[in-house]
Ligand binder design. Sequence first.
Ligand code: SF4
Length: 114
Amino acid sequence: MAIIESPIAEFPVSHSSFSEPIAWQPPVWMAFGACRGQTDTFFAPHAERPQARVKREARARRICQGCPVLFECRQHARSNLEYGFWGGESEDERAMAGFPVPAPVGGRSRRRIS
Ligand code: SF4
């Protein structure tokens, strides 16, 4: 591994950092989520009907209400423009708070066109 000079002296950069894939590590708070093992409740299945989405998101919201990492989860979802139900918020609620997903589906789009 060769060390090259970085424009920022305190942060030397190695050649390998440009070519080796970086393994994603989940944030520590995720290990404490009350939703572990319940992915189907937090992410929509293909072609989910609106009535089914309302019921699924109500189940997710109940689980989130008792979660010890709700704040961290909500901040993560907003910062990363996540899909699905996170931190007690649906995609629509995050969009209304100013954090829309990059490619909203159909009528769920909340993007402003200016
Ligand atoms: S706040 Fe909700 S979505 Fe986030 S980790 Fe907790 S249970 Fe899961």
